[in-house]
Structure formats: structure tokens, C-alpha cells
Ligand binder design. Structure first.
Ligand SMILES: [Zn+2]
Ligand SMILES: [Zn+2]
Length: 346
């Protein structure tokens, strides 16, 4: 118990709540909206045969519905709205992850994410890729992620259809079956240019798996992509030769783009279009944790662009304790390696 109090105190004393930089993620582009997920009046009609089922059964079944179906169901009448609002999982989501729900419905990924999935992810603290504290949700497939992972890993870079086709050899009929989204116009990734179009983007991991399944192996999928790119280049060279020989009426011949678009990582707007902030709900204590920043890493912007001392890394009590063990205790707002035993003393 004393040990727990000690690490809680060091978390309180050596972290701060926000950095003066906006992320420009999806939730920061959603219009402000009153809470429309609560029931305010008494139902006048019931749900027909559904009302014959015990409430416990309905409470077991409804969270397994995908969020699109569940939110459509709650529009049936006041009784349906009341029933959905009474689900413990939905209550927690509405209280602590409303922007995640609004974001999911806005970019149209609700059919791939169940209420139970979202609730389970709300109650999970770790980034699904690296295990660090994750303060964000990737809502193309409902994965909790940390800043470094969603800005660097290929798995969280939604792809335009044309790029998924080039990379994985998939056609539109297959892409249309995979988790995909329609972006919301707005300002993303601190990019000075506002994204005005609604882009259709596909989840890269789902596309990769579909490509491997279609072609039989990673090697066969990559060979296919190379063949297609090679054929495009060949056709381009033929057109070029025809033009040089005066056999083509066209005055310009554009070189086909066979490589994917340049990924600007934390400056890439596509990486922020399916990202919302989401706190961690501790199931045991029912406490909410948004993640805090380390004072010892605050001034390390130029020195550390990656873990363990990246200044945008967020911590909870446990991950901060592990961070101090790795990087040293803090004195005068700086990490001091090999001073673990005096963590609290300043
Ligand atoms: Zn991570
Ligand atoms: Zn630190």
C-alpha cells in the first residue's frame, strides 16, 4: 500500500496534463453537439415481442450489436432509446468516450465495431502495438494506440483505394468489403491546408490481409504489385518512344506513379482522420485517466523524437513508474540517471 502511494505521489508531482500543441485529430474537427444519447421522456409504446425477453437477456444481446445497428435501433422509439441508454457499456461510452462514438458514426465505421468492442477498448490502458499507455483510439478498427504508433506505424495509415490497389493488388469489389471510412472535412495534423473533400479510405491491415488471401502469400502479392507497376512503366516507355519518333499526336506523356505517396508521419493528415482522444476507464476503481506528460521530458523536443523521452508521450501511474526506472528519477525538471532511490526528493 505504501509503495502504491509512493508511485501515485511521484506521478502527481512529476507530470502535467497538457502540452500547448493541438493534435488536430478527428474529434477536434467534429461539430459541437449536445448529448443526444440520453433518454429524457417516458416511452408510450413498447418494443413488441422484444419486451417478452427478460432485461438480463437484452442486456447480454444488445452490446454485441455493431454501433451502427445499435444506434439505428435506439431510433425506433423512446422505449428502445431508454433500453440502449440503460446498457452499462453504453452508459460508460456515453460518459467517457462520446467523441469516439460520434467519430465512429461520422466516418461511417460503426458497422465494423460492436458496443462491447468499444467498451473493452475504453477499459484497456495499453497501446495495442507497443504496450505503452495509449491515449487515442484508431476508429477504423477500434484499436487503442499511442501518439508514436499512430503517427509512425503503417497499420494506422488509412489508404486511398488507388494506393491499396497498387500495394496489395486488390480491386474495388474486394476493397468495398473491408473496413473503410469516409473522412470528415477539416484541419488535420497541423497541416496548414484544410482537407475539404470527403475521402474514402480503407484500413491498411485489413487490405494487406485480403491481398495475402487473394494472392496466396506475401511474396506472390508483392510480385503481382511489381508486375502491374512494370507493365505501367513499359506502356509509358512505349508512349515515350512513339512521341520521340513523331508517331504520337500527344505532346505530353506523364510518367506513371508506381511508388506510394510520401508518408509525412506526424504531419500526414490521413493519419489523424480516424483518430480520437479516448481516456482509459479503470474497471476496478472507475477512475478515468487521460494520460499525463513527464516534466523530465518536457524540454527534450529537439533531443528525443522517439521513446523513451519523447515529449508527447503520455503516461498513467504504472507506465510513469516504469519510465522513471528506465530514465532515472527527476530533479530540477530533468531526469537524473541512477537516482531511482530519491525519486520524490527534489
Ligand atoms: Zn504505441
Ligand atoms: Zn520523462
Amino acid at each position: 500500500m505504501e509503495e502504491r502511494q509512493r508511485i501515485t505521489a511521484q506521478f502527481r508531482d512529476f507530470t502535467y496534463k497538457s502540452v500547448p500543441i493541438k493534435d488536430y485529430s478527428l474529434d477536434e474537427n467534429l461539430p459541437t453537439q449536445p448529448n443526444c444519447y440520453v433518454c429524457t421522456s417516458s416511452p408510450k409504446v413498447g418494443l413488441g415481442s422484444l419486451d417478452t425477453l427478460p432485461l438480463e437477456i437484452l442486456h447480454n444481446i444488445l452490446p454485441q450489436l455493431d454501433l451502427l445497428t445499435l444506434t439505428d435501433f435506439r431510433r425506433v422509439n423512446q422505449r428502445a432509446l431508454q433500453l440502449v441508454a440503460s446498457l452499462p457499456q453504453f452508459k460508460a461510452i456515453n460518459s467517457h468516450a462520446r467523441d469516439a462514438l460520434r467519430g465512429i458514426l461520422s466516418i461511417e465505421t460503426g458497422r465494423w465495431i460492436t458496443c462491447e468492442d468499444l467498451y473493452a477498448t475504453l477499459c484497456t490502458a495499453q497501446c495495442e502495438r507497443c504496450g505503452d499507455f495509449g491515449a487515442y483510439l484508431y476508429i477504423l478498427t477500434c484499436k487503442r494506440v499511442c501518439f508514436l504508433c499512430f503517427t509512425q506505424a503503417e497499420a494506422y495509415l488509412p489508404l486511398r483505394f488507388i494506393h491499396a490497389t497498387q500495394k496489395f493488388g486488390l480491386d474495388r469489389s474486394i476493397l468495398n468489403t473491408l473496413p473503410r471510412m469516409r473522412s470528415i472535412p477539416g484541419k488535420y495534423a497541423n497541416n496548414p491546408k484544410k482537407c475539404r473533400e470527403r475521402l474514402t479510405l480503407v484500413d491498411p491491415e485489413s487490405a494487406r490481409r485480403a491481398g495475402i488471401a487473394l494472392h496466396g502469400s506475401v511474396a506472390a502479392m508483392e510480385d503481382h504489385a511489381w508486375d502491374i507497376a512494370g507493365q505501367k512503366m513499359l506502356r509509358y516507355e512505349v508512349r515515350l518512344a512513339q512521341r520521340s519518333a513523331g508517331l504520337s499526336g500527344s505532346s505530353t506523356t506523364r510518367r506513371p506513379r508506381i511508388e506510394g505517396p510520401f508518408d509525412r508521419e506526424s504531419d500526414n493528415p490521413l493519419r489523424f482522420m480516424a483518430i480520437v482522444h479516448m481516456p482509459w476507464l479503470n474497471r476496478t476503481t472507475q477512475d478515468i485517466e487521460l494520460g499525463s506528460f513527464c516534466v523530465g521530458c518536457e524540454g527534450s523536443y529537439n533531443a528525443h523524437r522517439n521513446k523513451p523521452m519523447y515529449f508527447r508521450r503520455r503516461f498513467n501511474v504504472d507506465s510513469f513508474n516504469a519510465h522513471l526506472k528506465e530514465c532515472g528519477s527527476i530533479k530540477d525538471r530533468k531526469h537524473c540517471p541512477n537516482r531511482h532511490e530519491n525519486t520524490i526528493a527534489q
